[in-house]
Design a protein around this ligand. Structure first.
Ligand SMILES: Nc1ncnc2c1ncn2[C@@H]1O[C@H](COP(=O)(O)OP(=O)(O)OP(=O)(O)O)[C@@H](O)[C@H]1O
Length: 853
């Protein structure tokens, strides 16, 4: 804006423009009365985005200024829509009481709402994460902030090159699904971040500068838990301070478990095994998470999701988790009681920010108190139980009995929507408050009596005393009765259908009535503030308690699933044995109408390091392999498993190379992607890893594919020594069993009934040398002539050996395409009955000449 134009603006609009210039990238919501208004270009853009009416307002310029607005009470809904589109909104509020203000009411930006800091009470299970990324030398570090829950998770990794950085970042993105990203200005691989941000639908990403290190020092004094010297954390804190306009002392900062203590799952594995989302529409349904999530609280569901993505490698911790399930299993009554109480607990994790900011509403306090009471009851139930395992979760947890006792009956039953203007404190909580409310109540009573008195005296049947903020109390008389208005009625306002009056008597008392209510409301808010302050001091205890609830909720969910679906407690061994008896696929078994056929698996470090799985298409090879991986993962998140028995090794990483993926959109060929993934697996896998390979090599020519598959298996066998399941249609690979001791061929049993194949779904030792691919194509409805021709080609291939066969098929095709053969025609034209033996001999000679020509 030109400075001459700026000078012309009214003072209010001038302040608006100045405020907007402080945060030019965010839409400015400027509080005027009961509305947040937007002006100039913001109004034009936002009215379009949110479908608001665009109006104009004179503000001192020659042309009127574009304007739109939203009621302040429901502003959050509009802000939510804007942040979901990736925008930020700065909120400029009145920071002094308009009644006290001399001249322009003082207004200030109180916070800037961004996609990663937006707080929505109705939010579902998903966290809304703000992630800060920085690099210190070779260490890439991330600080993930769940702002409403007041939690920051730190993660870091040494990344030697660009590829490693990308793969680490990709995994972090898929784990945390950030809504907003901040990256350090000095971070060299910004393009990678932007690419990943696009792929993972990050709503907003932006650069931040790194001169904020002193900020950490200032937090160190307040929060002893911060012992990092982290640029990512510093940037995050600086950004939060700048946008939220307050210190962030409530944040609970924790390092993620040591990388050694958790199983490493690559993004591809998470996707291939459909751990938290399915591959069909990327939703939770039909994923492992969906099967296991019987949590009663949203906090529990979130915790379970994270646990699935970070299986543990700590046998002691896992056994503790199994113990809890075991003990919950044993006592159905206890279990049902616990479930009932868990269901009564609110998402108190998400209250952290309100607790920290001392802005809890009565409703939120009530929810907190109810949740605390439910937890206290839970602990009492657990104390009575025979088995102590679940009770241990609450070791050292402050149950806050004192505070919940004090707050129990503090509010009325039906809390009002607008607690600032209505009574919400119960009677008997505070004498002074009761006195003030009684005063204003008696005033109301008096008004009713006055109304009655004047109505009778004047004979105006519909005479009413009404109230509004501008006029205060007044008599309203409709036009038809105006003549009857008594002498002492003083006119205040004329409307189309009525006149408004006051009387001396009403005016004198009004002050007292209004003032009484105002003072009562003020007193009520003061009492609320004291409560808010008290609760704020308890925030660390509340966060600790919410963690305990999450653990118990997940334990109950896993116990419930274990019982319902007949899962068993797994065991671990140090001998490298992976033995599963009658294992099932937890998701497939739930989605099928027919019974699921269980299968055994045996792998170890010596005798069966590698299984080569052959068998017809559709037989169940992939399902079998995935079931082994899923059982291993379930065991390492502390769940019982779908098997009669499972004796497992502790696995450090699970790799999968399965099927075609959606990478084509990333500009790579299917085969290139396949080989890139294989390269990564061969590089990262260790002797403690589990690898699933499904038809590796099929994306290229048969012989190339076969050779690559062969040498991959040999390399794993000789160098990597990871337990491996290798499904393939290359029968030639079964030869490897004869060459190496630790390789075993297995196949899926089938039987043929009336020329139709039947899949028995049973894994047996041996190999299949028949694919049934053509039968499956037939089942799938491929045209009969295509099927016939395929059988024909296959016959050639099988009778002649492959190399020759291709030649013979080619000849076959050439002959078939040439049209009528003259030699054949000549032979056909010979009439044998009319031919003498000599003629026959001569004809034969001529034919031979023709054929030789
Ligand atoms: N153990 C089982 N019990 C019952 N049904 C099963 C079992 N295993 C697999 N199935 C069923 O068979 C279908 C095909 O299984 P799967 O995809 O594992 O076959 P596949 O051998 O890998 O096939 P392809 O070689 O064509 O990839 C599954 O979708 C499932 O419905």
């Amino acid at each position: 804006m030109e400075s001459s134009d700026f000078e012309k603006l009214t003072p209010a609009m001038r302040h608006y423009v100045e405020t907007k210039n402080e945060n030019p990238d965010a839409f400015l919501f400027y509080r005027l009365g009961d509305f947040y208004e937007l002006f100039f270009n913001d109004a034009i853009v936002v009215s379009d985005l949110l479908d608001l009416t665009l109006t104009k307002k004179s503000g001192g310029l020659d042309e009127k200024i574009p304007m739109c607005g939203v009621p302040y009470r429901v502003a959050n809904q509009y802000i939510k829509r804007l942040v979901k589109m990736g925008h930020s909104v700065s909120i400029c509020d009145q920071v002094e009481d308009p009644k006290q203000a001399k001249g322009l009411v003082k207004r200030e930006v109180t916070k800037v709402v961004t996609p990663g800091t937006f707080i929505d009470e109705d939010e579902g299970e998903e966290s809304r994460i703000l992630t800060s990324i920085a690099r210190e030398g070779k260490i890439v570090e991330l600080a993930h902030c769940d702002y409403p829950a007041g939690k920051v998770y730190m993660d870091r990794k040494v990344c030697w090159d660009k590829r490693e950085t990308e793969s680490f970042l990709e995994k972090q993105f898929s784990l945390y699904r950030p809504a907003e990203i901040l990256y350090d200005r000095a971070f060299s691989e910004k393009a990678t971040i932007r690419k990943l941000a696009k792929r993972y639908d990050v709503l907003k990403n932006g650069e931040v500068s790194r001169d904020h290190r002193k900020i950490l020092a200032s937090y160190k004094e307040l929060n002893r838990e911060i012992d990092y010297d982290s640029v990512a954390l510093a940037n995050l804190l600086a950004y939060l301070e700048a946008t939220q306009h307050r210190r962030q002392t409530h944040l609970h900062i924790s390092a993620r478990e040591d990388h050694d203590a958790v199983m490493d799952l690559s993004e591809t594995t998470i996707r291939n095994l459909e751990l938290v989302n399915n591959n069909h529409d990327n939703q939770k349904e039909h994923s492992l998470y969906a099967i296991l999530d019987r949590c009663k609280t949203k906090m529990g569901s979130r915790y379970l999701r994270t646990s699935i993505l970070r299986p543990l490698m700590d046998e002691k911790a896992l056994n503790e988790r199994y113990d809890r399930i075991d003990s919950l299993h044993g006592d159905r009554i206890l279990f049902d009681d616990l479930q009932e109480q868990l269901a009564a607990i609110y998402d108190i994790d998400r209250l952290s920010i309100y607790i920290a900011n001392e802005t809890m509403t009565p409703k939120q306090i009530e929810r907190l108190v109810k949740s605390l009471e439910a937890v206290q009851l839970i602990v009492r139930l657990l104390k009575k139980a025979e088995n102590e395992a679940p009770l241990k979760i609450f070791d050292g947890v402050d149950l806050m009995e004192e505070i919940s006792d004090q707050l129990r009956e503090i509010f009325i039953d039906e809390l009002p929507a607008n607690y600032r203007e209505q009574r919400f404190m119960a009677h008997g909580v505070d004498e002074e408050l009761d006195r003030l409310f009684a005063l204003s109540e008696s005033g109301k009573q008096w008004i009713l009596q006055l109304e009655e008195k004047e109505r009778e005296a004047s004979g105006i049947k519909n005479l009413r005393i009404k109230y509004n903020k501008i006029l205060g109390y007044f008599f309203e008389v409709s036009k038809s009765y105006v003549d009857q208005a008594p002498e002492h009625f003083i006119r205040k306002q004329t409307l189309v259908g009525s006149e408004r009056f006051f009387t001396e008597e009403l005016k004198n008392r009004e002050e007292e009535i209004l003032h009484g209510k105002e003072r009562a409301l003020e007193r009520q808010l003061e009492l609320l503030e004291a409560i808010q302050k008290r609760i704020a001091t308890k925030l660390p205890s509340i966060q600790h308690l919410s963690e305990a609830i999450q653990k118990l909720d997940v334990a109950c969910a896993l116990a419930e699933v274990a019982e319902r679906y007949n899962y068993r407690r797994p065991r671990f061994n140090d001998g490298g044995v992976l033995f599963i008896k009658d294992g099932r696929h937890p998701v497939v078994e739930r989605t099928m109408d027919e019974p699921y056929i269980p299968n055994d698996t045996y792998l170890d470090d010596e005798k069966v390091l590698l299984q080569i799985i052959t068998g017809p298409n559709m037989a169940g090879k992939s399902t079998y392999m995935r079931q082994v991986a899923l059982i291993q993962i379930m065991a390492q998140i502390g769940s019982f498993v779908p098997a009669e028995e499972a004796n497992l090794p502790m696995v450090d990483q699970i790799f999968t190379r399965i099927g075609a993926s959606d990478y084509l959109t990333r500009g790579q060929s299917t085969f290139m992607v396949e080989m890139t993934e294989v390269a990564e697996i061969l590089r990262l896998a260790t002797a403690r890893s589990l690898i699933l390979f499904d038809e590796v090599g099929r994306g290229t020519s048969t012989y190339d594919g076969l050779s690559i598959a062969w040498s991959i298996i040999e390399y794993i066998y000789k160098e990597v020594r990871a337990k491996t399941l290798f499904a393939t249609h290359y029968f030639e690979l079964t030869e490897l069993e004869n060459r190496y001791d630790g390789i075993l061929n297995v196949t899926v049993a089938t039987e043929e009934v009336d020329e139709e194949i039947r899949f028995l779904r049973k894994i047996i030792v041996g190999q299949s040398n028949y694919s049934f691919g053509i039968d499956v194509a037939k089942l799938a409805g491929v045209k009969e002539e295509v099927i016939e021709r395929a059988r024909n080609v296959l016959d050639h291939l099988e009778s002649d050996g492959r190399g020759k066969a291709v030649e013979s098929v080619r000849n076959d095709v050439v002959v078939a395409d040439k049209g009528p053969d003259p030699l054949r025609e000549k032979i056909r034209s010979i009439d044998i009955n009319q031919t003498t033996p000599l003629e026959a001999l001569m004809l034969l000679e001529a034919l031979k000449e023709d054929a030789d020509a």
